[in-house]
Design a protein around this ligand. Structure first.
Ligand SMILES: C[S@@+](CC[C@H](N)C(=O)[O-])C[C@H]1O[C@@H](n2cnc3c(N)ncnc32)[C@H](O)[C@@H]1O
Length: 228
């Protein structure tokens, strides 16, 4: 039997790793039916908060934006509609790409939103001046989140931005209970965690970013970090 508490003290071990020898996402990628259900759930949950997240995201003078781990493209599609003059890309693992392409086609946005296959642990595509990471950083423990952020930093110029959409964990916040449940969920899946502002500062600082602002977006927060 696996005891959740035992997992808390083992780096890079979680339920999926113990049972299948790989992370929750890697397991999902191998089961097409489950992957489709998971992405449909993400599309649904993204829609729920998308108006407020979209409203809170100010793309300023950024012209080429990549949504890293963008799922079936919900956020990129909404932002493409808000900013018709800007170009977008969704970067996703190969098994998810057909679902993302289909969704973007459905919205008639293939000219404005491209889909790029690949893994954020290997590299991030170059040529973008803003990177979105929605519900990505909280999926991973610090050393893996730092790998993603350092890969982001390596393709940005100083002054370019990453916009992280996650909940900033704060015991005094009324969203604390919900964030705690989410913390357990992401921990079981990939050894992820919800982070306090200080924890975000730490992993962002280590990866070559400084926090410029934090904007509340209902159950999420948008952390604007500048490449230094
Ligand atoms: C929690 S979901 C968030 C999806 C989307 N950003 C949203 O908010 O709806 C995490 C996403 O990361 C993607 N992902 C997992 N591992 C990845 C990797 N190594 N490279 C790129 N994307 C990855 C998954 O396929 C999934 O779509």
């Amino acid at each position: 039997m696996i005891h959740l508490g035992e997992l808390l003290y083992t780096e890079d071990q979680n339920l999926f790793q113990k049972i299948a020898g790989k992370s929750g996402f890697e397991v999902l990628n191998e089961i097409p039916d489950m992957l489709e259900k998971f992405q449909s759930f993400l599309t649904f949950s993204t829609k729920r908060n998308s108006d407020i997240v979209c409203q809170g995201i100010d793309l300023k003078d950024n012209m080429k934006i990549v949504d890293v781990g963008g799922g079936s493209g919900g956020l990129a599609i909404d932002l493409a509609k808000k900013y018709p003059e800007k170009k977008f890309a969704v970067y996703e693992v190969e098994p998810v790409v057909p679902m993302t392409r289909k969704n973007i086609e459905k919205h008639g946005l293939t000219e404005q939103v491209e889909v790029i296959p690949g893994s954020f642990f290997e590299a991030i595509p170059a040529g973008f001046d803003c990177i979105l990471l929605k519900h990505i950083v909280h999926d991973w423990p610090a050393h893996r989140a730092t790998t993603i952020l350092k890969n982001c930093r390596s393709v940005l110029n100083p002054g370019n931005r990453v916009l992280i959409v996650d909940t900033v964990f704060d015991r005094a916040d009324k969203r604390y209970k919900r964030a705690t449940l989410q913390d357990i969920y992401v921990f079981c899946y990939n050894n992820g965690k919800e982070r306090t502002l200080d924890e975000f500062k730490e992993i962002l600082g280590e990866s070559g970013f400084r926090i410029e602002s934090v904007t509340n977006a209902r159950e999420d927060d948008i952390i604007e970090a500048i490449a230094i």
